[in-house]
Write a protein that binds this ligand. Structure first.
Ligand SMILES: *[C@@H]1O[C@H](CO)[C@@H](O)[C@H](O)[C@H]1NC(C)=O
Ligand SMILES: *[C@@H]1O[C@H](CO)[C@@H](O)[C@H](O)[C@H]1NC(C)=O
Ligand SMILES: *[C@@H]1O[C@H](CO)[C@@H](O)[C@H](O)[C@H]1NC(C)=O
Ligand SMILES: *[C@@H]1O[C@H](CO)[C@@H](O)[C@H](O)[C@H]1NC(C)=O
Ligand SMILES: *[C@@H]1O[C@H](CO)[C@@H](O)[C@H](O)[C@H]1NC(C)=O
Ligand SMILES: *[C@@H]1O[C@H](CO)[C@@H](O)[C@H](O)[C@H]1NC(C)=O
Ligand SMILES: *[C@@H]1O[C@H](CO)[C@@H](O)[C@H](O)[C@H]1NC(C)=O
Ligand SMILES: *[C@@H]1O[C@H](CO)[C@@H](O)[C@H](O)[C@H]1NC(C)=O
Ligand SMILES: *[C@@H]1O[C@H](CO)[C@@H](O)[C@H](O)[C@H]1NC(C)=O
Ligand SMILES: *[C@@H]1O[C@H](CO)[C@@H](O)[C@H](O)[C@H]1NC(C)=O
Ligand SMILES: *[C@@H]1O[C@H](CO)[C@@H](O)[C@H](O)[C@H]1NC(C)=O
Length: 859
């Protein structure tokens, strides 16, 4: 369909031509038809294109003033125009300039339509979505001067016929998918001033005769895959100002012929595979300002002719260069950027380097330089990057660098520097990155340290003293490595306020005191190394809450206490707590083989089964659980009691605080029981108090023994509670269950399970049917059961319990007449440690005539 319309449109154009209208009318018709049939103009940018006016006044159209011929169609940067390449515009025979740059034109350009444009002078189709092969330049594009096809998606080879476009001065193919070799025919474009083809997958060597391009000024084919040698003929590029062949795979040597390129300003050959020596032919290249031959395979020395130029930047890093840096380098008055790193240069640097130029970037790292740094490196106060790590420099930081406000990036690690760092150096307000590790510096960190630091690494020196409070005023700090120095004193608590800190390494110093506890500011911290200091106290639980921590080394300190269970929440790649004084059970999650070496050297640590740690005492751990369980229980009971106090009138009146201890799982609430202690519910009176029968809402019946004659006093109370706790723990089928106990303002209450058939005493002596109900076999069962209950109290309970008031009234019977020993009012726990001579045991106690045999023996 589209094709049909297209051909229809061609026919109509043809018929117009045949109709012999005036050229101006014809051209207006061409414009309108292309607009209507081929262009998409969603923003109506071309809506002043009307038959009623002359095209010379239409948007994007320019005419020759005298002839009113259309000479330019310029849609540059309209942005939203789309459609196929509008070759039909080229039917306007007077058209010289056509630009559709920076729009949305797409699709391939057919050879037939492209050929319509062979007469144009200026063609800018940059920044569209054009694709496919760029058509041959046929018939000859003899007047084409400017061709900009950059930033499209053209594929295939650059058409060799481009070499016939002998007027071409400017060609830009930047950032397409042009592949294959550069056509040799390019070298016929003797008018060519600018040739740009970076960021294309071009391959193969440069045309041998490249030197024919006598007018070539700018030649940039970087970031392609060019290989082979740089042709000697480059030396014939007599007009050349800028060569950029960086990031290719060029091999061979840098041709000597470049010494002839007197107008050369930029020489960028970096990131290739060039080898051999840099030729010493730069003496006549006095225009040269920027040289970058870094990242090659170059050997030999830095040529004196190169070092002697007035270069702005000299980058020869990442090669195999060696020898001294020529002294003449320091006479350069333009030098701003000097990158000599990753070579094998040796000797001392030119003494006066920095005195004559506004040096900003100085990077001589990873060489074999020795001696002192030039004193005046920052003489012009412009130095920003001060990088000389991994050399053999000695002496102090150059005096000029001590007071160099412009410095922001310092890497001087791994040398033999010594002396103190001037305080003014630390306080330089631009200072962001400092790595001075592995030197022989000494002195302390001053209070005036710069607040803009993001990284400070000074490990492996002899720095000493306490950390100044200013160390906490580094809001931007991400990494702090003060390890392997002589720092002392306590760790400032405020370190944890460093919100952006990701790595903190204070390893192998003399820090003491405790690890700061409040760590809420360390949201970004991923690595914490405080190992090999003299830190004491416990490992703060809060470490387990650090959201990003994955490296934790606290080894070789004097840390004590338990390992926080919270540590197992962390996703640690490295954990080292070895060689401290940690104790107690290794928390779950850490008691695995993986962590054995992380925990070694803490003899008091224990684990149920992780070897080689000793076993944890089981009893102890059970009692820990019990205490824990009981405290949780107590907490809930107290909480519910508080609720009772608020809710219940009864207690609101007495306004007393109730204490309740529960020993069994009870399906009711304590206040349900306590509100039912009414006279109507009394079922018995004992020596120590009244007994109530309480039926709860749940239907369960309990017996409540309300004790009076409360002896006030903390000791009395404590004794009551401890006994009650002992009794509450007893579980035996022949001992009545104490469900819970509570202590109020003026009475105590013990709540037991209710025994349907009352006491054996009552049944035998008061109930007329008693004798009938209790046949001999039942009596035997009762006697046996009661004896088993007592035996359990004496022998199986820990600690043992002596009832001291065994009588038929204290033997209760459930609905099936099974006996339960009850009423422990006088019971005494027998603890071996207790001296029998003092305390209640020595007194004769109990109901008259029924003194327990056990009691009388021991008294
Ligand atoms: C073109 O537009 C200008 C105003 O922008 C006007 O003065 C002039 O008359 C117009 N010319 C034609 C031929 O329409
Ligand atoms: C055509 O393009 C050239 C080169 O950019 C330019 O100098 C000239 O002014 C343009 N002509 C018109 C009419 O826009
Ligand atoms: C082509 O147009 C673009 C705008 O998209 C412009 O940046 C570029 O300089 C133009 N090319 C030439 C050679 O004028
Ligand atoms: C050009 O773009 C239009 C709109 O996005 C699309 O419909 C059309 O298929 C594209 N043409 C080609 C040849 O990619
Ligand atoms: C180039 O321009 C000249 C003069 O403008 C013209 O005579 C010649 O025909 C044009 N050549 C081509 C190939 O269009
Ligand atoms: C350069 O142009 C001449 C004359 O037009 C032609 O004979 C020669 O083959 C061309 N060279 C290349 C490499 O295309
Ligand atoms: C080097 O060239 C490759 C393509 O060959 C490109 O992907 C890469 O980004 C370039 N590297 C740089 C630093 O420009
Ligand atoms: C550099 O050249 C060597 C041999 O001259 C070759 O083995 C190597 O692959 C080349 N490297 C690159 C990145 O082209
Ligand atoms: C520099 O130019 C002069 C004169 O043009 C010439 O004699 C000399 O050989 C050139 N030096 C180099 C190193 O090319
Ligand atoms: C670098 O050059 C040496 C010879 O100077 C050669 O042995 C080595 O293979 C080269 N390496 C690369 C990566 O080209
Ligand atoms: C040092 O330079 C050589 C040669 O270019 C390179 O192979 C090596 O990767 C560089 N070393 C570093 C650490 O960049």
């Amino acid at each position: 369909m589209a094709n049909y319309i297209f051909y229809l449109h061609l026919l109509s154009l043809l018929s117009l031509t045949l109709a012999g209208d005036s050229s101006s009318t014809r051209d207006a018709a061409v414009l309108l038809r292309v607009k209507t049939i081929q262009l998409s103009d969603p923003d109506s940018l071309l809506n002043n294109w009307h038959d009623s006016t002359t095209p010379c006044n239409w948007t994007g159209i320019k005419c020759n003033h005298q002839t009113t011929d259309i000479i330019s169609i310029d849609f540059t940067d309209f942005g939203s125009l789309s459609g196929p390449f509008p070759a039909d515009f080229c039917r306007i025979s007077t058209l010289q300039n056509l630009s559709i740059a920076n729009n949305l034109f797409n699709g391939t350009i057919s050879s037939t339509s492209f050929s319509l444009c062979s007469h144009v002078i200026f063609l800018n189709i940059s920044s569209n979505y054009l694709e496919g092969k760029l058509p041959e330049f046929k018939p000859r594009f003899g007047n084409l001067t400017v061709l900009d096809a950059s930033y499209n998606s053209f594929t295939g080879e650059i058409p060799p016929s481009i070499g016939d476009s002998s007027s071409l001065q400017f060609v830009d193919f930047t950032s397409n998918y042009f592949s294959g070799n550069l056509p040799d025919s390019l070298t016929n474009l003797t008018e060519l001033k600018v040739f740009l083809a970076p960021f294309n997958p071009l391959a193969g060597p440069l045309p041998e005769q490249i030197g024919h391009l006598k007018n070539l000024q700018i030649f940039r084919i970087s970031s392609t895959s060019l290989s082979g040698k740089i042709p000697d003929s480059v030396g014939d590029l007599v007009s050349i100002e800028s060569i950029d062949l960086s990031n290719n795979s060029l091999t061979g040597i840098i041709p000597v012929s470049i010494g002839r390129l007197k107008g050369l300003q930029y020489l960028w050959l970096y990131d290739n595979n060039l080898s051999g020596e840099i030729p010493d032919v730069f003496g006549n290249l006095t225009s040269l300002t920027h040289v970058d031959v870094s990242q090659n395979n170059l050997t030999g020395k830095l040529p004196v002719s190169l070092a002697g130029l007035q270069l702005v930047s000299l980058n020869v890093n990442d090669n195999y260069l060696e020898g001294d840096i020529p002294q003449i380098l320091s006479s350069n008055a333009n030098l701003i950027q000097l990158k000599l790193f990753n070579n094998s240069f040796s000797g001392t640097l030119p003494e006066n380097l920095g005195e004559n130029s506004e040096l900003e970037e100085f990077d001589v790292s990873s060489n074999k330089f020795s001696g002192k740094l030039p004193e005046n490196l920052c003489y012009k106060k412009k130095l920003q990057k001060f990088i000389c790590f991994s050399n053999r420099f000695s002496g102090g930081i150059p005096a000029s660098c001590g007071d160099c406000k412009s410095i922001n990036y310092v890497r001087i690690s791994n040398n033999e520097f010594s002396g103190e760092i001037p305080a003014s150096f630390w306080s330089s307000s631009e200072l962001q990155f400092v790595d001075m590790s592995d030197n022989k510096f000494h002195g302390s960190i001053p209070g005036s340290i710069s607040g803009s630091l993001t990284k400070i690494a000074i490990s492996g020196n002899n720095f000493s003293g306490e950390l100044p409070p200013a160390i906490c005023r580094l809001p931007e700090i991400v990494e702090m490595d003060l390890s392997n120095n002589q720092f002392s004193g306590v760790l400032p608590e405020c370190l944890t306020k460093l919100k952006k800190l990701e790595k903190l390494n204070l390893q192998s110093n003399k820090f003491m005191g405790e690890i700061p506890k409040a760590m809420s500011g360390w949201d970004e911290l991923s690595s914490l190394n405080l190992s090999h200091n003299q830190l004491t106290g416990e490992i703060p639980d809060q470490i387990g809450d650090l959201p990003g921590l994955n490296y934790l080394d606290l080894a070789g300190n004097l840390l004590s206490g338990k390992i926080p269970a919270t540590l197992s929440k962390l996703k640690l790649n490295v954990l080292d707590l070895s060689n401290n004084n940690l104790e107690g059970k290794i928390p779950n999650g850490l008691d695995s083989e993986v962590f054995v070496s992380s925990l070694a050297g803490n003899p008091k640590l224990c684990s149920p089964d992780l070897k080689p740690f000793r076993k944890c005492s089981k009893l102890k751990s059970i009692s820990y659980y019990l205490v824990g369980f009981l405290s949780i229980l107590a907490f809930f009971l107290i909480a519910s009691l508080v609720w009772v106090v608020i809710k219940t009138k009864l207690f609101r009146r007495s306004k007393s605080l109730w204490k309740i201890t529960s020993f069994q799982r009870v399906g009711f609430k304590e206040q349900d029981v306590l509100v039912s202690l009414m006279e109507s519910n009394v079922i018995g009176m004992g020596g120590s108090g009244k007994v109530y029968r309480v039926t709860l809402k749940t239907g369960q019946t309990v017996a409540v023994k309300k004790l009076y004659g409360v002896h006030r006093g903390a000791e009395n109370e404590a004794e009551f509670w401890s006994e009650m706790e002992t009794l509450g723990r007893i579980r035996h089928k022949n001992i009545v269950k104490l469900l819970f106990g509570s202590v109020g303002e003026d009475f105590r209450a013990l709540v037991y399970e209710y025994m349907e058939n009352g006491s054996l005493g009552d049944l035998l002596h008061k109930d007329p049917k008693g004798g009938f109900l209790l046949d001999w076999s039942r009596r035997y069962e009762i006697a046996l059961g009661a004896a088993q209950g007592l035996a359990y109290l004496h022998h199986d309970c820990v600690p043992s319990i002596v009832h001291r008031d065994v009588k038929s009234n204290n033997i209760l019977l459930d609905e099936e007449f099974r006996p339960r020993v009850a009423d422990f009012g006088l019971a005494k726990t027998l603890q071996l440690e207790v001296k029998e001579s003092d305390g209640a045991m020595s007194r004769v106690a109990g109901s008259y005539g029924y003194i327990a045999p056990g009691n009388s023996y021991s008294s």
